[in-house]
Design a protein around this ligand. Structure first.
Ligand code: GUN
Length: 283
């Protein structure tokens, strides 16, 4: 193995410590802590784990967490009524409804009901539009975390060839927008892309977010590339990313591990977005 390992866990811990310091300053000035409301519907075990760790991080940063849990059969109208109340609550700076939602609830209706200026997930179409047009808004946490790691590693990204594999609204599309803003030459590949190997081969930056275990092969990686693996796939062999880690690490200059790479960045950026929201709303 020759690649440097990008330690997302350490980067996220440092970011969280910085945020905790800024939260103290915010409280001294505003007389209240930044507040994040997290809404969980149903009993999905993975979602319950995510929500628990988000609350722990919120408390550790000195922010206030508002937690709401509903049974899986909650009527959509009841969930929307809560979102309306949270939109109007002056102590709530950020609102996060954990996805996925049960099938009888339309995720798009719930996501678009959240006030875009409290949408710390960055999922509201208004925030997607702001990102695409260069206006201030909220950027989804995972791609913003990936960008922070890339900038820390590479500095100026201008002119680099970047390939994003995956076109989801939550990761792939906002990631591509962020890299365009950084003046990269961006290709968005996905499950229907022909000859994915040669698309990946020309990339200085590879961001893998397809959700398929070890689909991106080490032989495809350009020597010296920087590889960001967003995938978290549970397999019989344990947790693996979307990238063949051993193969890619033998040719890349730097790569994120799974776990301990991108994963910890998501929560750290959620705290950052919540603090940014609190500052904007306190003005
Ligand atoms: N489900 C998986 N990741 C996320 C996330 O970042 N935000 C929300 N709201 N739901 C998720």
């Amino acid at each position: 193995m020759s690649a440097d390992i990008i330690d997302g866990k350490a980067f996220a811990a440092a970011l969280r410590a910085r945020i905790a310091g800024q939260v103290e300053t915010f409280i001294a000035a505003a007389g209240r802590p930044p507040g994040l409301a997290v809404v969980l519907v149903g009993e999905d075990p993975a979602s319950a784990v995510y929500v628990r760790s988000k609350h722990k991080a919120v408390r550790e940063a000195g922010m206030e967490g508002f937690e709401y849990r509903f049974p899986a059969d909650v009527p959509e109208a009841e969930l929307l009524a809560l979102v309306d109340r949270l939109n109007a609550d002056v102590n709530v700076d950020g609102i996060l409804v954990q996805l996925p939602l049960p099938a009888h609830i339309d995720e798009r209706i719930v996501t678009t009901r959240i006030d875009p200026d409290k949408d710390v997930d960055g999922f509201h179409p208004v925030n997607a539009g702001r990102l695409a047009t260069g206006l201030h808004g909220f950027v989804p946490c995972t791609p913003l975390g990936c960008l922070m790691l890339l900038r820390d590693r590479l500095g100026d990204l201008s002119g680099l060839d970047a390939v994003v594999i995956g076109r989801s609204n939550i990761v792939g599309k906002p990631m591509a927008q962020l890299l365009i803003k950084e003046s990269c030459t961006v290709t968005v590949a996905h499950s229907r892309t022909r000859d994915l190997s040669s698309v990946v081969r020309r990339a200085d930056i590879v961001v893998a977010a397809v959700g398929r275990p070890e689909m991106i092969r080490g032989e495809w990686i350009k020597p010296g590339a920087t590889v960001i693996d967003v995938g978290i796939n549970r397999t019989a062999a344990g947790l693996v990313g979307d990238v063949d880690f051993a193969g890619a690490a033998s040719v890349a200059a730097a790569i994120t591990p799974v776990p301990g790479g991108v994963g910890p960045m998501t929560i750290a950026v959620l705290l950052r977005n919540t603090l940014v929201s609190a500052h904007r709303r306190a003005q």
